[in-house]
Design a protein around this ligand. Structure first.
Ligand code: ATR
Length: 262
């Protein structure tokens, strides 16, 4: 039997086990998926010790950045984003990658399959924003970034060679095809970074917040008849990419999509 886990601190609310277990049942894979609490001070010894007992491990807050120097081989995505959300083995080598970027792409492409040349506004400059900006770049989109703390937007824009935006009020909403909330605004609160009159029917709205799924950001967009992508799509998308990496098979998205709501 193959063993998998998600590690984090605290680990209480993670959806990873239920998503991956749905895949094990669907494809009759003999495997287990645990949620394991690992304190920040124990991370290095866990990776170099306990991890030997696992085939693959998903990583959540607060370990994604701290893992960078602890893995022996980093994927280009993990290196560019500066965060690891997936551990796996190649022979005896501890490898780290980041599937958040492909998860974000799967989410956006559920409404807009071709991103090449599309103009995208990303709000936020934390870890989630870095993953989505990297994804957009690989897909050929033209990305602009705004953040409450402008210096962080400027730094992220320089890292990925995209345009920083200093003030939202200076923007013409018509210049964007896709608008993405990668801030934590809207997480368990009814607030949006954008004014409601920013939205038009030609926009695609994607909110990376998934608690709640219906945020003010998406509610304002829907009111303006813009198509909306909810945060579960990214969470499921990044887990589907982990599944593909660990098991070498593609799982039907609906299997995890349905499990998300269990
Ligand atoms: P994550 O890893 O989920 O991206 P993070 O790195 O803590 O989390 O980043 C949170 C993001 O939400 C940041 O872009 C943050 O903006 P600052 O860099 O200015 O802190 C943004 N954010 C949090 N609260 C905000 C608020 N009230 N208004 C606007 N942006 C906010």
């Amino acid at each position: 039997m193959k063993k998998f886990a998600v590690i984090g601190h605290p680990i209480g609310h993670t959806k990873s086990p239920v998503l991956h277990e749905a895949g094990f049942i669907e494809l009759e894979i003999d495997a287990t998926f645990e949620a394991v609490e690992v304190a920040p001070g124990d991370l290095a010894s866990w990776v170099n010790g306990e991890f030997r007992n696992y085939h693959g491990v998903a990583v959540t807050i607060p370990h994604k950045e701290a893992l960078l120097p602890l893995v022996q081989k980093l994927s280009p995505a993990a290196e560019a984003i500066g965060a690891v959300n997936t551990l796996y083995w190649e022979e005896d080598v501890i490898c780290g990658t980041n599937t958040d970027c492909l998860g974000a792409l799967r989410a956006i492409q559920s409404e807009l399959p071709v991103l090449e040349g599309k103009k995208v506004l990303v709000l936020g400059a934390g870890g989630a924003a870095r993953a989505v900006v990297f994804a957009l770049k690989t897909a050929g989109a033209v990305t602009a970034i705004w953040n409450r703390t402008t210096d962080k937007a400027i730094k992220l824009a320089a890292d990925f060679e995209i345009d920083p935006v200093e003030s939202l009020s200076s923007l013409n909403p018509d210049n964007f095809d896709v608008i993405i909330n990668a801030t934590s605004v809207g997480l368990r609160e009814w607030k949006s970074v954008l004014p409601a009159d920013f939205w038009s029917p030609h926009h695609v709205a994607f909110d990376m917040v998934y608690d709640p799924l219906e945020t003010k950001f998406l509610s304002d967009a829907a009111e303006a008849e813009a198509p909306c992508v909810t945060g579960d799509k990214m969470l499921v998308g990044q887990a589907l990419e982990q599944f593909k990496l660990w098991h070498g098979v593609e799982l039907e998205p609906e299997v995890m999509g349905t499990a998300f709501f269990q």
